[in-house]
Design a protein around this ligand. Structure first.
Ligand SMILES: *Cc1c(COP(=O)(O)O)cnc(C)c1O
Length: 343
């Protein structure tokens, strides 16, 4: 079924074989005169492993998943782009997105000349399953679900996700960038039951490594093999591979920070509820909170004047006069509430 979804040119193409692809280490100390590198050792003079084997091994153990179900990207953004390029024929196919949601899905669709069919979330920010199914046609290749959703902060119900996995004829891309802050479990342990499911996670949020750019895509080995064929050969730098390898091993520190952020999120909600001009505080399963205020532009500018930058999401559908606030350190959150009380 997946084979029928691949773009024709990509199905037919031979991948580029890099020097490091052609020669697999045989354990012996070799002299490498194959890749036109500078031979003088400085830690980064060699091209990085194109398959990031050591890092994938560690992720596989951590997430209890097979290595050939993992693809790494230069941020989730590269992985989203690879999905579009592998499965969507420009000027012919379409994707389905559910606004208000992450802006990159639409941007990347536009960049790749793929139609973006938008089906608004319902008033409770859950997917409108009926409407999604009726918007879909045989050219609908990808459906993007973001859960917990950015900017609304909520998780989509299991019922909605299952129902879409069962009814959508293309691939469902479930973006779990914020899953570590949610009460709900990741869908990762259900991956094997849904051949048309792809899950995205990232080191940019809970893992505290936005600066190294590492996104993780999980899918069937069949889907991973297709994406591997078209990814840039050395898409993950040596520095990123090293830093990710040591960073993700620090599970106690990561857990601790996530717990603190969740606790702070709840404190912040209490603080925000004392502010008169805040009309609505939406529940959050993420490390940010969406609020509705009297006048988003005015409040946004007032906070800037006071040295605090948040995100104005008013231009998004269903988000009239809404601001998105990332949970900061306890001190930062305290300062935010103090300033809001004075406005
Ligand atoms: C922040 C975020 C990401 C992460 O993107 P990276 O390119 O991995 O930093 C992915 N999806 C959503 C919805 C996000 O908000």
């Amino acid at each position: 079924m997946i084979q029928n979804l691949i773009r024709k040119n990509i199905k037919a193409m031979e991948p580029y074989a890099s020097a490091r692809d052609e020669f697999e280490g045989i354990g012996k100390q070799m002299i490498f005169l194959d890749a036109n590198e500078n031979p003088y050792q400085n830690g980064i003079n060699r091209y990085p492993d194109p398959q990031q084997k050591e890092l994938k091994k560690r992720i596989a153990v951590l997430k209890n998943i097979k290595e050939d179900s993992i693809l790494l990207g230069n941020g989730s953004d590269e992985l989203l782009d690879l999905m579009l390029r592998a499965f969507c024929e420009p000027n012919e196919d379409n994707i389905i997105t559910l606004p208000p949601t992450y802006g990159m899905y639409g941007v990347l669709a536009n960049l790749n000349a793929i139609e973006n069919r938008q089906v608004l979330l319902l008033d409770d920010f859950q997917p409108d399953v009926k409407s999604i199914v009726s918007t879909t046609d045989s050219n609908s290749k990808l459906l993007f679900l973001c859960s917990p959703n950015n900017p609304t902060g909520n998780c989509f119900s299991d019922d909605a996700i299952i129902s879409l996995l069962e009814q959508f004829r293309g691939i469902v891309v479930l973006d779990e960038a914020y899953i570590d802050f949610a009460e709900r479990e990741s869908w990762l342990n259900k991956l094997q039951y849904f051949p048309n499911l792809v899950i995205l996670q990232t080191l940019s949020k809970a893992y505290g490594m936005a600066g190294i750019r590492l996104g993780i895509l999980y899918g069937s080995s069949e889907i991973i093999a297709i994406l591997n064929k078209i990814k840039p050969p050395y898409n993950i730098s040596e520095l990123t591979q090293d830093r990710a390898f040591s960073g993700i091993a620090n599970t106690a520190k990561i857990k601790d920070e996530v717990n603190t952020i969740i606790r702070e999120r709840n404190n912040l909600i209490k603080g925000l509820s004392t502010i008169g001009f805040i009309k609505n505080i939406y529940p959050s399963d993420a490390n940010f909170i969406l609020i509705e205020v009297d006048n988003a532009t005015t409040r946004y500018n007032q906070l800037i004047e006071n040295g605090i930058v948040i995100r104005n999401r008013s231009s998004q559908p269903l988000c009239n006069n809404c601001l998105r606030i990332t949970v900061g350190t306890p001190l930062e959150n305290e300062q935010l509430i103090k300033i809001l009380q004075l406005l």
